[in-house]
Design a protein around this ligand. Structure first.
Ligand code: ATP
Ligand code: MG
Length: 448
């Protein structure tokens, strides 16, 4: 069998490699692409089953490799002779077979035979499946991610040894709610903070592509690079444990934050593949990741066949795909409750993981006397939801906490809203929390 092959290799090695490829029995060269765009275009047009790419090809990143793999293309990576970083990067992007650009003919033939023999094997694991770090497995170089289970904050900060056995993955909880600012961020921040007391450390990730606000709520420095930098590193194959820790400062005891986009118009930076990688890395690193996502779950159907096109809601959809559980937040007024009922249907079209419904800002003024009972009744009747966690309207405490840039646990431990938020946290964590009411430990300085 001889498969059609495309090359996209930097000029220095292009002609030498192509000559060697031309004599191989397992492939035949059908196009020599000048750049990555031409390669992706050819692949999208269905030309070629094998692609040879060089590590230093302009614009090549993890997303491009996945794009090739998703289209069923077998990828052979080449790197400059002696370029260990280039080789490692290709392996991190899970390029199946990697050789130096000055590879001799027999080695190249053997590499191609190996590659072509994988033609019918299953493809790459998805973000939710345990991944093998190819680089760590092969060269064990510095800064590699141990596939270890989670530990205390100190263990995560330090170089804790990796016990043998299958890697244990942390839980990913996504906080979502329909349009109208029902309190997604307030819930995400405070549930994460409550659980940080027990499931230390907790990673809070702001993936709202319409209006990220975790950084402001927790008074994290504007310059904190956060999730956009993590997504970039994921695309470049450099998002290891140490990089993630650097990008996620500890802003409250046991609580690390990957801040969101500083401006909503930067949403194309949060590509789905990169978001999946970031969340998979978080789940490798910490026992609990809490994700705040935007309200909109529409899939941009017209773009879903073009896997290179960024989608505004791609980050939210990727987060839901990675989620083990979703906390659905609605607000306690008639308009918001109706949106919540519709939103639950919409969510069910996207994910089937367990959900916990919470209704925030519960107050008599909006729904009448005995508001908790009325809210429960409405949800039972119109959405068939029997179990709801109620969080009371508590403007004064929440305003005060935001003004101080702290969580309720730190700033207003005895506040009425905290009671419902702690009940929600206990459900999400799957265990009771220690009695509330005391002020949490001293805030640690934000580290970036
Ligand atoms: N229980 C509450 N009592 C009083 N005010 C609240 C409560 N929960 C949230 N708020 C306030 O409601 C507003 C919206 O909350 P939040 O930002 O958490 O919502 P969101 O759903 O994340 O909104 P966005 O659409 O901006 O992402 C904020 O001003 C917040 O302080
Ligand atoms: Mg928000």
């Amino acid at each position: 069998m001889s498969l059609p092959l495309l090359t996209a290799v930097t000029p220095q090695y292009e002609s030498g490699l192509t000559a060697k490829l031309g004599t191989s029995g397992s492939v035949h060269v059908v196009r020599r692409c000048a750049d990555l765009a031409e390669l992706l275009g050819a692949v999208a047009a269905g030309i070629g089953r094998v692609a040879v790419v060089s590590a230093d090809l302009r614009g090549l990143d993890g997303a491009a490799i996945r794009e090739l793999v998703d289209r069923g293309v077998l990828v052979l990576g080449v790197h400059r002779p002696g370029d260990e970083a280039g080789e490692r990067m290709l392996r991190r992007w899970a390029v199946a077979v990697v050789v130096p650009a000055d590879v001799d003919q027999p080695t190249l033939d053997a590499a191609l035979t190996e590659l072509v023999s994988t033609a019918d094997e299953p493809r790459l694991p998805s973000a939710r499946e345990p991944r093998v770090d190819a680089a760590a497995a092969t060269d064990g170089g510095p800064g590699e991610r141990p596939s270890g289970p989670h530990g205390t904050a100190a263990e995560v900060d330090g170089e804790a040894p990796t016990p043998a056995g299958a890697p244990e993955r942390g839980k990913v909880v996504v906080v979502w709610g329909p349009v109208g600012s029902p309190g997604r961020t307030t819930v995400a921040v405070n549930v994460a903070a409550e659980l940080a007391e027990v499931d230390t450390p907790v990673m809070l990730v702001d993936l709202d592509t319409y209006g990220a606000s975790v950084a402001q709520v927790l008074a994290v420095l504007d310059e904190a690079p956060g999730v956009a930098a993590a997504a970039r590193a994921a695309d470049q194959g450099t998002l290891a444990r140490a990089a993630l820790l650097r990008l996620a400062p500890e802003v409250a005891p046991g609580l690390r934050v990957l801040t969101g986009l500083p401006r909503p118009d930067r949403w194309p930076e949060l590509r789905e593949h990169a978001v999946q990688d970031v969340l998979a890395e978080c789940a490798d690193l910490v026992p609990l990741t809490v994700v705040d996502i935007g309200f909109c779950l529409e899939a941009d159907e017209e773009l879903s066949f073009d896997t290179t096109a960024p989608r505004r809601n791609g980050a939210a959809l990727a987060a839901l795909e990675a989620a083990d559980e979703v906390v659905v937040v609605g607000s306690a007024d008639p308009v918001a409750l109706q949106r919540l009922v519709r939103g639950l249907d919409q969510l069910a079209e996207v994910t089937d993981v367990p959900t916990t419904v919470t209704v925030n800002r519960v107050r008599a003024g909006a729904v009448g006397k005995d508001p908790g009972r009325r809210v429960r009744e409405a949800l039972r009747r119109f959405a068939g939801v029997e179990d709801v966690v109620l969080v009371t309207e508590d403007r004064a405490s929440i305003d005060a906490a935001v003004l101080e840039g702290r969580t309720l646990r730190e700033a207003r431990p005895g506040s009425p809203a905290r009671t419902g938020l702690r009940e929600l946290a206990a459900r999400v964590g799957g265990h009771p929390l220690a009695p509330a009411g005391r002020r949490a430990g001293t805030r640690r300085a934000a580290r970036v």
